[in-house]
Design a binder for this molecule. Structure first.
Ligand SMILES: Cc1cc2nc3c(=O)[nH]c(=O)nc-3n(C[C@H](O)[C@H](O)[C@H](O)COP(=O)(O)O)c2cc1C
Length: 174
């Protein structure tokens, strides 16, 4: 699958088959996440891989009852190491930390899709509860939960606006 087709056809998947993901495939997906760009190449991302059924059920509760999370054979929690990004001061702490991890997440979603594996970027969760459950140190901030699994649904293409483009200066039509 070429990169444009991968971007065009990717959908958030919220229903998964029980079929397991091979380690080799998972490793390639995770490696893709680490190949994302990052400010100063600081690569402040860290990943917690959750496979145990009971743990995934706990993640569902932490993610405000989003049951599909427990259906996925693997859930990757993408975190930001806030200490590593602190060299950039407030901009690093508030902006780059999230931008870098977001780039890693998008790589992860697209790499998974290229193997026919579905995923969904889950951002709605109780951050404190997740940090406690995963025993994250103070400087590790959880940014997203990414359930991964072979799709058991074919989601319809969600609507997209045309995009807002300006030429040279804001307000001038492109
Ligand atoms: C920052 C962020 C947080 C999100 N949080 C959730 C979530 O908690 N639960 C969920 O089902 N989808 C979540 N999504 C997925 C969006 O709903 C989805 O990307 C959007 O509806 C567009 O659909 P598509 O991914 O199939 O293109 C999130 C996406 C992003 C980027």
């Amino acid at each position: 699958m070429d990169v444009l087709e991968c971007i065009r056809t990717r959908r958030s998947v919220r229903s998964f088959k029980s079929k397991q993901i091979e380690n080799e495939t998972l490793n390639k997906i995770l490696e893709s996440a680490t190949l994302a760009p990052s400010s100063g190449n600081l690569q402040n991302w860290e990943f917690v891989i959750v496979k145990e059924k009971r743990s995934k059920e706990e993640l569902v509760k932490i993610a405000l009852g989003q049951n599909f999370i427990a259906e996925a054979p693997i859930v990757v929690i993408v975190c930001s190491n806030q200490k590593r990004i602190s060299v950039y001061g407030e901009r690093g702490d508030k902006l780059y930390s999230i931008q870098n991890t977001a780039a890693a997440i998008q790589n992860l979603l697209l790499a998974a899709w290229s193997f026919g594996i579905g995923s969904c970027w889950v951002g709605a969760f109780d951050e404190k509860a997740l940090s406690g459950f995963l025993k994250l140190p103070e400087h590790i901030r959880p940014v997203a939960m990414i359930p991964l699994g072979y799709p058991d649904e074919k989601p319809i293409k969600p609507k997209r606006s045309e995009g807002i483009f300006w030429l040279e200066k804001y307000g001038s039509k492109a």
